[in-house]
Design a protein around this ligand. Structure first.
Ligand code: ATP
Length: 316
């Protein structure tokens, strides 16, 4: 059974807003999938369709083997752990009461204290949530998503409000969940977090999925962005590196040779080529960051977590 299968999904909102445009996506069991895109790209809409909260305008979506529009889907929801965007908590209830409430709704026998301990707020289990900081609320919402040992975790911006330690702890839990076969689908603007934990990423832009693959493969697809710098004792005259297949640019700066390659796989050939002609004293290999990939695929020169651009400003 494929945990998430999306075929030709489109969602149009009134006012001619095409939030999701003909999306095909398949997520495999146990996979940690990062769903990226600038503000307004269509991530939350896709997630809302996945959870059966929003009906598609076109296409079909099946989650844990069930059509999200079918009458059986209500039961399937119990097997999904969700951390939605803009979740609400009850200020007068304690953290334990929140987890307990989800456990009862899901008919799960989890020990709320164990869950709260796991997400790092075991010591405030009895405190009313009204006085919680943003990070504490986020940890609680994440804990609520973990109730019932879900087969699928759908997390919308899970690290929002978390400090670096909180992010690390959340990543560790995500990995633990995936190791036991849980599929994790999460949207994020925090690119290092995505890079650290995801098997594959999908990049949405203006309602369309503009890239989907392992980060390494996406890197390789970005031409001339993969750079290697070789320090040599002395640069030979007429090195001729430009003629090497896959090399897109060569710059010599003193005793350093900067070489742009079409793919990371070209780099070993560059090293061998130079090694045959000079004495190499140092090698520095640079990869484009996920942020560069993101900007490249979304055509957005600004940082991805800047203020929301209008849909018209987000171009493919
Ligand atoms: N209920 C709605 N009614 C009308 N338009 C909507 C509705 N929900 C979303 N949209 C529009 O659909 C587009 C996609 O929005 P969506 O919230 O899916 O983007 P997103 O990628 O999740 O953005 P963000 O990163 O800002 O959360 C936007 O243009 C948004 O204004």
């Amino acid at each position: 059974m494929v945990p998430i299968e999306i075929d030709g999904l489109s969602k149009e909102f009134p006012g001619d807003v095409l939030a999701v445009d003909d999306l095909d996506l398949r997520i495999e069991s146990g996979e940690i999938f990062g769903f990226l895109g600038p503000n307004g790209a269509g991530k939350s809409t896709t997630i809302n369709v996945l959870l059966g909260f929003v009906d598609p305008t076109a296409g079909s979506v099946s989650v844990l083997g069930q059509d999200v529009q079918g009458s059986e889907f209500a039961q399937t929801r119990h097997r999904i752990g969700v951390l939605p965007e803009g979740y609400s908590l009850y200020d007068r209830l304690s953290a334990r009461e929140h987890v307990d409430w989800v456990a009862r709704t899901k008919r799960a026998d989890d020990d709320p204290d164990e869950i709260l301990e796991r997400v790092g707020i075991g010591d405030v289990a009895d405190r009313r949530v009204g006085g919680f900081s943003k990070g504490m609320r986020q940890r609680l919402a994440f804990g609520m998503a973990l109730v019932g040992d879900p087969d699928l975790l759908v997390l919308d911006e899970p690290s929002s409000g978390l400090d670096p330690t909180g992010m690390q702890e959340m990543r560790a839990i995500i990995r633990e969940e995936a190791a036991t076969g849980t599929t994790v689908f999460f949207s994020s603007h925090v690119l290092p977090e995505v890079e650290a934990v995801c098997d594959r990423v999908g990049i949405m832009n203006d309602g369309r999925l503009v890239a989907v693959d392992e980060i390494e493969t996406l890197r390789d697809e970005i031409t001339s962005s993969s750079r290697i710098t070789l320090a040599v004792r002395s640069v030979p005259d007429e090195l001729g590196l430009e003629t090497l297949d896959g090399v897109t640019n060569v710059q010599v700066d003193g005793s350093e040779i900067h070489v742009d390659c079409r793919a990371t796989t070209v780099k070993p050939r560059v090293v061998r080529y130079v090694d045959d002609r000079a004495t190499i004293t140092d090698i520095v290999s640079e990869e484009p960051s996920l942020e560069e990939l993101f900007n490249r695929y979304t055509g957005d020169a600004d940082a991805p977590d800047e203020e929301a651009p209008s849909p018209a400003e987000v171009t493919a």
